[in-house]
Design a protein around this ligand. Sequence first.
Ligand code: ADP
Length: 306
Amino acid sequence: YLPLRTGRTAIGVVGLDNDKQGPLLTPEQQRLLDALADQAAVAIERIQLVADVDRAKLAAEADRLRSALLTSISHDLKTPLAAIMGAAGTLREFAPALPEHDRAELLTTVLDESERLNRFIANLLDMTKIESGAMEPNYAFHYVGDIVGSALQRARKIIAEHNTETDIPSDLPMLKVDPVLFEQALFNLLDNAAKYAPAGSTIRVQGWTDNGSVLLQIMDEGPGIPPGDLERIFDTFYRVRKRDQVRAGTGLGLSICRGFIEAMGGTITAANRTDRSGAVFTIKMPKPANPPNFDASNTDDLGDLA
Ligand code: ADP
């Protein structure tokens, strides 16, 4: 038996056996084996150390995520909850004495803030799905215009105070995507455009094809994104400015967008407009090799977009 030893510790033992009688190894073989055992021990220890470092890095990353999550949760759960509790409490105490209009407004607050909570929790769940690799896109061919339409419809309350402009040519090739994931990515971009660009400004959605890709852009007329942050905004929990913290948000929206779009084989990038102030998000999806030739008027072919 030969110990596998390093300067720090013993890593293991190598046992040798032989059917023949007599000494197992010549002195030369013994020396060679000792040298091999030493090298093997060092190599094994190195592998173990690398694994230890990786584990430590992962644990530190998980800790960072956990504390960012807690900060975000305490802010993003508490703000709408405080509004809901305030409105519900006022209604219970004073409803009979309040004018109809005020009662309706308080109820609207309860509903709007509940929706906000709902979105936040849905985002958290999406994020955990992406991070655990548990997301399995459900692919089918869909018209880009249809998915844009349903995202705009879902976001209609959020973008009610903005103008919207869409330019999606009807002859854009169909995309092989999961409509739920794609719509969620668009919804998050529309949500941001509405959140960071002032009311009354225009949110534009445009699509075109380019060299085997279908491109989709969402642009707003807000302050845009500092050039140094264009890549980092896609990081989990990253938010650009201090004052962005005042607006409800988690820094999850864009990392979910990227997670979903990349899971479907596309890319998403951020930039600033050159014609005026504003952010532009560009989604690039591969054009499917042979998209089916569906009749656009037959919506049965398109699957369930709800
Ligand atoms: P959230 O909006 O919840 O903070 P996101 O991941 O959606 O999280 O966005 C990350 C950050 O990127 C935002 O906090 C904001 O600073 C910046 N950002 C995103 N979209 C826009 C936009 N359309 N205009 C300006 N800044 C934006």
